[in-house]
Design a binder for this molecule. Sequence first.
Ligand SMILES: *[C@@H]1O[C@H](CO)[C@@H](O)[C@H](O)[C@H]1NC(C)=O
Ligand SMILES: *[C@@H]1O[C@H](CO)[C@@H](O)[C@H](O)[C@H]1NC(C)=O
Length: 290
Amino acid sequence: MDHHHRRRRLLLSTTLLSLLCLAFISEAESASFKIVNKCRRTIWPGLLSGAGTAPLPTTGFALKSGKSRTVTIPKSWSGRIWGRSLCTQHANNQTFSCVTGDCGSGKVECAGGGAEPPTTLAEFTLNGDQGLDFYDVSLVDGYNLPMLVLPKGGKGGGCAATGCLIDLNGACPAELKVARGRTGGGVACKSACEAFHDPRYCCSDAYATPDTCAPSVYSLFFKHACPRAYSYAYDDKTSTYTCASADYIIVFCPPPYTSLKLLGSRKDGALLPLVNKTTMYIASRHAHGR
Ligand SMILES: *[C@@H]1O[C@H](CO)[C@@H](O)[C@H](O)[C@H]1NC(C)=O
Ligand SMILES: *[C@@H]1O[C@H](CO)[C@@H](O)[C@H](O)[C@H]1NC(C)=O
């Protein structure tokens, strides 16, 4: 009896010990994403995990202007993060919905729902090939909010900042613009693929390879304004960045002048500038305020 009891206790403590070890390992191997809202209004970040990756502690939340929230991300996570804007909790039917970036869950948590385009996306594959994190900011599904991705404490790779720092909702070409109401200002900017459903813009059908799908006047509008962001499906060379074992800061509506100044001192080796000063000027004349 006594013997039996002791063995059980031993078993229990071994289990506890291995649980503690597991907790420690997963702690040490996770990354932290600090999500910052520098927009003038509340935004609702959404997070979507790729197939087969570990679940996240949150899939969506409200973030007031000037606030930040740090989310622990499993080390080999892949997925996307975006911002939802102009969201409302409807009193009559109890559902939650957003004018841009809506994930269709009817709730603040996206719970596996992806962003409805047009939405600026930050895309990540952590701990991928050769232990590197791969990340980009994509305008392939259009644009809704300016976004900056900034790696911190990386131990290899280029670790360049990327993003789209300019407010393009005002400067968006009329045929791509999503406005709120008839006279309202722009709230998002569609991709040419979404606006025209043309295989040439979507890089589909006869245009489904890097050689046959060229940049268009529309993708060049995005590329010129945000040189490091993905502007169409085969824009890989200048739009994907890598870093090893880093944490990330994701800033919505980063002040472009300040960011440019702060980041200007970083020698990150990226080919293209983070901000095109020419388009920054053009965009600021079109800005409606957010
Ligand atoms: C809920 O009500 C709002 C209007 O108050 C409406 O715009 C929205 O589409 C409704 N959602 C659903 C799921 O019925
Ligand atoms: C900056 O924008 C202008 C057009 O406004 C464009 O001609 C130029 O190529 C852009 N530069 C970069 C690095 O994208």
